[in-house]
Design a protein around this ligand. Sequence first.
Ligand SMILES: [Zn+2]
Length: 404
Amino acid sequence: MEKELFSTALGLAEPVYIDEIVFDQSEGALHIHMDFRRGGKFACSECGSEGLPVYDTVKKTWRHLNFWQYKTYIHMRTPRTSCRKCGERLWIPPWGREDSGFTQLFEAFVMALAKEMPISGIADLVGEHDTRAWRIVRHHVDRAYAKKNFAQVSSVGCDETSSRKGHNYVTVFADMQSKEVVFATKGKDSGTVKAFAEELAEHAAQPEQIKEVAMDMSPAFIRGVSELLPEASITFDKFHVIQALNKAQDEVRRTEQKMNPLLTSTRYIWLKNPENLTAKQKGLLETLRHENLKTARVYQMKMTFQDIYRNVVEPEAAEEAIKKWLAWAARSRLEPIKRFARMVKTHFPGIIRYFTTGLTSGTMEGINSRIQGIKRRARGFRNIDNFIAMIYLEAAGLKMDLPT
Ligand SMILES: [Zn+2]
């Protein structure tokens, strides 16, 4: 009776049958012993040729889903077939896969949990070492990722993140249309773009199909993209541009504050968007703006630059407005602002490109916050490849080929 139940549950078919079920009270484990009938024929696991005789057998054990609180193991003298084309091959039973000591259902269970729980927690739950749990995750993520097709990807964003604060950088490339991660790799240098360009070939895609790349002004990414994604136009993220301008503004304020006590403790008033200030801060800002302050002048310049991003629609109009702004900056006699203006000049096409593509780092930030979620959940990844596997599992839209 219970043999029949287990046979159905495991999808057994002749010539394989359950020989014996042993419940070991002392170790709290259930052992299912399989066997196959004498003269049974099997398929070659390499080419699929059926009806092959058994050459010899290898004893194997698989951990299966717990039966209640009891660890459950399947044991079998597993046949090796002798195939004319492939030689001797180990038969792969319907409950397992090659090179795994776990059944497919057990692995499906681990993968279902991996999206919600830290891997170390899953390992504790199922009573396995976490390196074994990681091996399961890595195997299924790798397999699902290998099947991804990137033929339609033409617009990507790239950004860096780290597995821990300030350590182990990972560069992430995402499809700006599907908002899914298409590639993640170690490092934050131009080599990451090379790795991305090479990976495309594994997914029915090629570097030439990438027409747009959104990113910050990292020189390494710029060099990588211009060398290795020959058809791509770069859009520099507007938030990064404004951030650089904010930095210049803050530099001016810090220098001026040394001579002018009016500016003490006003840093955030100048940095925040006016709509995010309290009534009291707004009042102070209005007062300060009418003082003859360099900081107030720079603040006005920043507001004007932000207005270009906010209000200008046509690329030609934006080009004209920014050029006008640059002339103003050149006359400012403020070194941090002149330095910012030079940066805008050297990155001009990519800054103007925003007014054509409308690409921002919003998508990348969305992905980044999901990655932060993985990091919060994890109690460490052991290594960076595990971290990358978790990024794919979380944000690459993988389709797992596992029983449900
Ligand atoms: Zn074969």
